[in-house]
Design a protein around this ligand. Structure first.
Ligand SMILES: O=C(O)CCC(=O)C(=O)O
Length: 640
């Protein structure tokens, strides 16, 4: 079993996921024999006392454990989800769990078992059928086999996780990974599922302390017992739950939905999520906002109040056919409940009418909108309003910014993909899939969408979702939904923002290269051409490199710390280094094309003062000042 994760020597290959005949097994069998002797003598005592020989049982007999575990899976994840996402049954032995899920619940299953060829039809006929309710048994008796198993179950003969790419893709195609007494594979299931953001449920059994010698409990003891192993696995992620299953023996299940967005327990969790660039849901964060109080009653939209407050505003609307238009909010409201109506999006609420809400704590160190306010330019604070089923296609946010989105009423279903999954969401030409729901995209053109690790959440009314920088996401509204969102970023996102801007700056430079000769031909200066390039970049990307420098300078010079309040010194260091590296890259590649006016902002007038030597010197000086604030030991920035 050389693919089982975890430190220490590898359990021998002869066994199913490492069930070696070692001292621990011997100890386990001794314990079992002792237990059996105790049970027999108890039964004898009860018989002597004239009582029933049968001892009271904790739950079902051990041989029913697969049935009990499947019941747990159905109750925990719901049969709809099991069917939608599919189950990977790791170290599933003869395949009883797979047989039950596929045959009785019509769940697509992949059984990974390294030991021997598994005959699922034999298992269902011999082991499963005799214990099934009559309705499932009858058609097996008639047909002598289960077509559902033929149709839904795949056996993968491999260690876990499979190394072969095709087999690994089969496993990755399942949303829920399970292991009942999977022995040496148990920790691998947990680790891989957390990494791939899958849901999992494992029932640990043998511990093999000799093979996994470096495992330690939270209080530092070596993991020696099954109870230790349960706590050790549960400690790997705050979202895990442990439950006791109703059968005898090793019956503690550790389960977790690593595909679920975390819910914040307090502001510190929000700051940690921002630092880690991970989504987080903040419940009830919009409950007391003036917007919520004014525009909803009993959780429902009060259309006439929205009309009263915003009716005359003109807002952008994406029509049902995708065409972009604008209309008065009052007019849009009359169509809100019509089928296939448009989606009112990106309406600048704060600009039109401020004071309806305050950004949630932890999501308000907003460099982007502060900069826009300072410069008196368009901000990134929006109101969205859409009917049931209205949708925003898969995208990553503008400028590689974060966003937060708060529901005033209605709910939103989110699909969120970490940056590592981006290529799986694209076709061979690098075009993004528009709708990631199964059946809504061309699986031949986008063959890896189903394998992409995805976080899911149905965001309830009055809550806020933090959407991190560079995470692609898709949204579908559930019921008429009014939401407020900001695109924003803090210091931690600056490396991503810079990467985005640098790519755009290079593309703009390449496109404009042909104009350089024109400018030079009419006797213009190189700096006029560089200013022009910055101007085009600003129009296409909303920020140019000069803006980026001005924004970073005003933030880093005005404060002592850049990471969220209360962050560890190493986080502060990491965040500072990120900003510093971005500005060093500006110094290396763009120092000669920074232009600032006397007030320290982009000189937008189309006259020679804008691209003058002094405008460039001010740009270079702003960059040097920002770097000096970040790196007091000093950096030399030279204008070219
Ligand atoms: O609510 C929506 O439809 C889209 C919101 C979004 O994409 C965001 O907040 O980043």
């Amino acid at each position: 079993m050389n693919s089982v994760h975890g430190p220490g020597p590898t359990p021998p290959a002869h066994s199913s996921y490492g069930a070696p005949e070692d001292a621990d097994d011997a100890r386990d069998s001794k314990k079992a024999a002792l237990k059996a002797r105790r049970r027999a003598s108890k039964a004898a005592r009860r018989a002597a006392a004239g009582l029933s020989a049968r001892a009271p049982r904790f739950g079902a007999r051990n041989e029913n454990r697969a049935a009990v575990f499947v019941k747990f899976l159905v109750e925990t994840f719901g049969v709809e989800r099991l069917r939608r996402e599919g189950v990977c049954d790791v170290a599933g032995g003869r395949g009883e769990i797979t047989c039950r899920l596929a045959h009785c619940h019509e769940v697509r299953c992949v059984l990974v078992e390294p030991r021997e060829a598994v005959d699922l039809q034999a298992t269902v006929l011999k082991r499963v059928a005799p214990r099934l309710p009559a309705r499932y048994r009858r058609h097996l008796e008639e047909a002598g086999r289960s077509e559902r198993i033929e149709r839904l179950a795949t056996v993968v003969e491999s260690p876990f996780p499979p190394r072969d790419a095709a087999l690994a893709a089969l496993v990755a195609g399942c949303g829920i990974w399970v292991g009942l007494h999977a022995d040496g594979a148990t920790e691998a299931i947990v680790e891989e599922a957390l990494r791939a953001r899958k849901a999992f449920a494992v029932v640990p059994c043998c511990v093999f302390p000799r093979f996994f010698a470096t495992r330690a409990t939270e209080d530092g003891r070596p993991v020696r017992t099954t109870a230790d192993l349960v706590s050790y696995l549960a400690a790997k992620d705050a979202r895990t739950c442990t439950t006791t299953l109703a059968f005898e023996g090793k019956n503690r299940v550790v389960s977790c939905d690593a595909s679920a967005v975390r819910v914040a327990a307090g502001p510190a969790d929000v700051s940690s999520a921002v630092l880690a660039n991970e989504p987080i849901l903040i419940e009830d964060s919009a409950a007391t906002w003036r917007a919520t109080r004014s525009w909803t009653a009993d959780g429902k939209l009060v259309v006439q109040n929205v009309q009263r407050d915003l009716g005359d505003c003109v807002a952008p609307v994406v029509a049902g056919d995708g065409a972009r238009t604008t209309m008065r909010v009052r007019e849009f409201l009359t169509t809100l409940h019509d089928e296939g109506t448009g989606y009112l999006k990106d309406f600048h609420l704060h600009r039109a009418s401020p004071g309806w809400y305050a950004p949630p704590p932890g999501l308000n160190d907003d460099w982007l909108n502060r900069f826009c306010d300072r410069e008196g330019r368009d901000d990134f604070r929006f109101l969205y309003l859409g009917g049931d089923g209205s949708r925003t296609p898969l995208h990553a946010d503008v400028l590689s910014s974060h966003s937060w989105s708060a529901n005033i009423c209605g709910a939103k279903e989110w699909w969120l993909f970490p940056p590592s999954e981006t290529s799986k969401l694209q076709d061979a030409a690098g075009v993004n899939v528009d709708d990631v729901r199964l059946g809504f995209y061309d699986a031949e053109r986008f063959p890896r969408v189903a394998d992409a690790a995805c976080l899911r959440v149905t965001q309830p009314p009055r809550s806020t979702l933090f959407v991190p920088s560079d995470w692609r996401h898709m949204v579908v509204n559930v019921g008429a939904t009014l939401s407020i969102n900001h695109n924003w970023f803090e210091a931690g996102a600056i490396p991503n923002v810079w990467r985005y801007l640098d790519t755009e700056a290079r593309a703009t430079a390449a496109e404009l290269e042909a104009c350089r000769a024109d400018v030079e031909g009419r006797g213009g200066e190189l700096s006029e051409f560089l200013w022009l390039r910055e101007r085009v970049l600003r129009a296409s990307a909303r920020l140019n490199v000069s803006d980026f420098v001005a924004m970073c300078r005003s933030e880093v010079c005005a404060r002592d710390t850049l990471a969220p309040a209360g962050s560890a010194p190493e986080d502060e260091r990491r965040v500072r280094d990120g900003v510093s590296l971005a500005l060093r890259a500006v110094a290396a590649d763009h120092a000669g094309s920074l232009f600032l006016d006397e007030s320290g902002t982009w000189p937008r007038d189309e006259d020679a003062a804008s691209w003058s030597r002094s405008a460039r010197d001010r740009g270079t000086a702003a960059l040097a000042e920002a770097l000096a604030a970040l790196e007091p030991e000093g950096v030399l920035v030279r204008s070219c």
